[in-house]
Design a protein around this ligand. Structure first.
Ligand SMILES: *Cc1c(COP(=O)(O)O)cnc(C)c1O
Length: 232
């Protein structure tokens, strides 16, 4: 078995163990997104052959190039920030966009999707800790954006995403993840028209176990599967 395959299975097992410890979302499965940014298609093939069904990329251009070369049938998720002027490309490439965080971007995605007769699945990114360095909307602004997305014909809102701060002590993420799950559950009780609150995307290599314990049902893991990224 390749090293990548071994790591992938180890992460899957950690997720199952964390799931067994949790009290929220016990009946939900947890999707593992293999985050392949800065890794080549050869590594991607190994992960996919080990069972990875979802690929996470954070740049439109990089994903476009890889998608041309990678002859595998997987689901493509955009997890990084999306610029409005790239919306057109993004709706052609991605099955789920995790990073919608403004009305402006929401409209751009809706318009781009409409042009190609697609209903684009999206998540709204929340900046729960209100960090200047992070994208995402504040939780106070969430109800309005949810309602806007809910009324649009060419986007299908499917949940929320967040990136926790890089705390030295990873346990500090726990209250934030718990807070996200509470917001997520509250939105589920909203009278929604076309949206469904199905996915809560949170947790990366250093904090995915805690995220799953607190109710994440999509985790985005790169380093634990592929090793450290080489930045060029
Ligand atoms: C890179 C990235 C990840 C994966 O990070 P790792 O620490 O390598 O697991 C997850 N989410 C987002 C938004 C990312 O950009």
């Amino acid at each position: 078995m390749s090293e990548i395959a071994e790591h992938f299975h180890a992460v899957e097992q950690e997720i199952e163990a964390a799931k067994a410890r949790r009290s929220v979302g016990k009946d939900e499965s947890v999707g593992l997104i293999a985050v392949t940014k800065n890794h080549g298609v050869e590594a991607m093939r190994e992960a996919i052959d080990a069972g990875a069904a979802i690929i996470g990329e954070n740049r439109v251009q990089e994903a476009a190039q890889k998608k041309e070369t990678l002859e595998r049938n997987v689901s493509w998720h955009l997890i990084g920030h999306l610029q409005t002027n790239k919306a057109k490309q993004a709706v052609r490439l991605f099955d789920l966009i995790h990073s919608v965080d403004s009305e402006h971007l929401l409209e751009a995605v809706n318009e781009a999707a409409q042009k190609i007769h697609k209903v684009q699945d999206i998540l709204i990114q929340v900046n729960l800790a209100k960090e200047d360095s992070k994208f995402g909307i504040y939780k106070e602004d969430l109800p309005i954006l949810v309602q806007k997305a809910d009324m649009m014909k060419n986007v299908h809102l499917m949940g929320l995403m967040c990136i926790a701060p890089n705390y030295e002590d990873v346990e500090e993420c726990r209250p934030l993840f718990r807070g996200m799950r509470e917001i997520f559950d509250r939105l589920r009780d909203f009278p929604l028209f076309s949206s469904e609150m199905k996915y809560l995307s949170m947790g990366m290599t250093h904090d995915y176990r805690i995220a799953v314990e607190e109710g994440a049902n999509l985790v985005r893991v790169g380093t634990a599967i592929f090793g450290a990224r080489q930045y060029k």
